[in-house]
Design a protein around this ligand. Structure first.
Ligand code: HEC
Ligand code: HEC
Ligand code: HEC
Ligand code: HEC
Ligand code: HEC
Ligand code: HEC
Length: 268
């Protein structure tokens, strides 16, 4: 018990140090969750499109494992009960209890903002808490026989270094729950082309999968040279009209040349 207390004091102190530096890297342990209804009061422009996303509309009844249950809720209270069903604001921004009470000066430092994380690789980790395959690492005070490994990062909070508490592994086959595992070894990961570069975390774009725009515009925006498919791939089958037809067959996020060749062979 004493060890736990000391640890939480250390966290608070660490949090204060970060605050004086003007950038909050991780959600603090002792800040309460408030639910997205509170965020709506001041962020209606974000709340409204978000409320129509798949994330917002997830149903817990459809979860067939503990891991999927974890992926479909936002935060838990002291009794382990979910604060909110669905992937809501505080799933990605951390608990908002301090932010909603903040003044102009402390507004930004009381909430996690993916774009401000340092190193930038921590932004995609926010998505990885639900979109990565792998296994949890034992906590420092783990007791043999009572600690159980999970297939999701049970101790991660937005802003954290995921690697501290979770080992990312490759999945046997592609699924929506293993996309980070695919992406993390790609050139895109190396160059910080993270999930929100292509997906709008708040939705509202009228595109499938919360994409920020039509696929060819997103990819072509950075890859000028390959923008015109006919020039880029003169041998392209007529059905290959989108970059993702070849580069992301079935939704894989590997982005390697090998994957593209395999993808191209699959286009019909
Ligand atoms: C009382 C009004 C209010 C409420 C309630 C509120 N916010 Fe904010 N929030 C603000 C204001 C104002 C800013 C802009 C601060 C600035 O630009 O200086 C902001 C900024 C932010 C930012 C960006 C911080 C940055 O680094 O620039 C995030 C993320 C955010 N809010 C998330 C949330 C979430 C999540 C909730 C619900 C838990 C929430 N807010 C509730 C007023 C509010
Ligand atoms: C799936 C994860 C996710 C969810 C859910 C989410 N956000 Fe965000 N939010 C992000 C990320 C990532 C960024 C950084 C911006 C970017 O990279 O596009 C961000 C940026 C922001 C910002 C600052 C930039 C801006 O667009 O003004 C605010 C404010 C914000 N979010 C509020 C909210 C509120 C309020 C909710 C709930 C209604 C919410 N977010 C739900 C991930 C999320
Ligand atoms: C708390 C868990 C959680 C977090 C955090 C999370 N997601 Fe998700 N996401 C899910 C679940 C669950 C689904 C539904 C999967 C399914 O349909 O099987 C989903 C679905 C999606 C979809 C598919 C939407 C569609 O309309 O097809 C996209 C795209 C997505 N997430 C991107 C992101 C991005 C980008 C981030 C980070 C900014 C993120 N997610 C963070 C749990 C999460
Ligand atoms: C370079 C752009 C890009 C990046 C980076 C990216 N995505 Fe995607 N994502 C896409 C495109 C394009 C699709 C749609 C593919 C298609 O047309 O089938 C997609 C599809 C998805 C889907 C639905 C896939 C399915 O199997 O149905 C999910 C979930 C998703 N992305 C999550 C993520 C997450 C999480 C990350 C970060 C780890 C990420 N994406 C990074 C472009 C990107
Ligand atoms: C925000 C900019 C950005 C976006 C958007 C983007 N990319 Fe990239 N992409 C990069 C960068 C940077 C690299 C690394 C280039 C390098 O190292 O020379 C890269 C590399 C690649 C590579 C080469 C990988 C390798 O192993 O050589 C492929 C293929 C690729 N991207 C496909 C895509 C596709 C398909 C999309 C759209 C779904 C996309 N990119 C969207 C910036 C982007
Ligand atoms: C018909 C299938 C097909 C389509 C459609 C396609 N590509 Fe490719 N792309 C490939 C193949 C195959 C390679 C690997 C070629 C090689 O080995 O050099 C590749 C390679 C690339 C590379 C890596 C280039 C390099 O030399 O590092 C980028 C970047 C890229 N594509 C972007 C795009 C973008 C952006 C689009 C959409 C505008 C697109 N591709 C559409 C098949 C396709």
């Amino acid at each position: 018990m004493r060890a736990v207390k000391l640890l939480s004091i250390a966290t608070v102190v660490a949090g204060m140090v970060l605050l004086t530096h003007g950038s909050l890297r991780s959600a603090a342990d002792d800040v309460p969750y408030v639910g997205s209804g509170k965020c709506k009061m001041c962020h209606k422009k974000i709340f409204d499109p978000w409320s129509k996303t798949k994330h917002a509309l997830l149903k817990i009844e459809e979860a067939d494992s503990e891991g999927m249950k974890h992926r479909k809720v936002t935060g838990c209270d002291a009794n382990g009960q979910p604060i909110e069903i669905g992937v809501a604001c505080e799933s990605c921004h951390g608990p908002g209890g301090a932010h909603i009470k903040a003044n102009t000066e402390t507004r930004k430092t009381t909430i996690v903002n993916g774009t401000r994380l340092d190193p930038p690789a921590r932004e995609a980790m926010i998505c990885a808490q639900c979109h990565a395959a792998g296994k949890s690492k034992p906590p420092p005070d783990a007791v043999d026989g009572t600690w159980k490994e999970k297939d999701y990062p049970d101790r991660y909070k937005p802003g954290d270094d995921l690697k501290a508490t979770f080992t990312v592994e490759q999945a046997d086959k592609h699924s929506k729950q293993s996309i980070y595992s695919e992406w993390v070894n790609s050139k895109h990961s190396e160059k910080n082309v993270g999930c929100p570069k292509c997906h709008d975390p708040h939705g509202g774009t009228d595109q499938p999968h919360q994409l920020k725009g039509p696929v060819n515009d997103i990819c072509g925006g950075c890859h000028e040279k390959e923008k015109d498919i006919k020039t880029h791939q003169p041998e392209a089958p007529a059905a290959a009209t989108s970059c993702s037809n070849c580069h992301m067959p079935d939704g894989v996020h590997l982005f390697t040349k090998e994957a593209a060749k395999e993808g191209m062979a699959k286009v019909k």
